[in-house]
Design a protein around this ligand. Sequence first.
Ligand code: ATP
Ligand code: MG
Length: 176
Amino acid sequence: MARNLVEDRKRLFAERNIELHFEPSESLPLVRGDERMLTQVFANLMTNAMHYTPAGGRVSMASRSVQEDDEDWVILMVEDTGLGIPMQEQEKLFTRFFRGSASRKMGNPGTGLGLAICKEILDRHGGRITVQSRPAQGSIFTVWLPSASAPAQMGFDFDPRIEDQPSREEPSPSAR
Ligand SMILES: Nc1ncnc2c1ncn2[C@@H]1O[C@H](COP(=O)(O)OP(=O)(O)OP(=O)(O)O)[C@@H](O)[C@H]1O
Ligand SMILES: [Mg+2]
């Protein structure tokens, strides 16, 4: 899934002279979720990385499986070498209509909804989104999705693989 997005956006990034890389993990556990919604999350993050990274920069996406708090997660990171986000803005990023200093600097149009939508979608998947960023150095947005208990099967060409969501009974992310 992430790979398809990267392929789709390659030309857009190239036109802006931003390098785009994808470093997928070789094997990932299954993730249970709504493919359309999760695609929107990654699309929003890539669009932000593109808008808030000046020409000559680099954006990379990577996926990995990690264990934290005795739970298995699939994480997908979108890292850029762009303008970065001041500490005092970081806690507001995921609220609706918030637009920060990077958007003023780049002067791109937007409503400030992209990250609020990402957070909402991940909440519904029992996941979360985190950010690490330093002004002038860049940002890393990390999407955390709980892995489904089913063991991974090989042979699919998108990453992470998505199953239909059978129920909404996932633990709430606020419990973590
Ligand atoms: N990769 C990034 N680098 C620097 N700043 C970022 C990055 N991603 C988001 N931001 C900051 O967070 C703010 C909120 O982002 P968000 O995606 O929610 O809204 P937006 O991009 O301004 O508008 P849109 O509704 O079109 O997405 C942005 O205005 C920008 O200041
Ligand atoms: Mg945005």
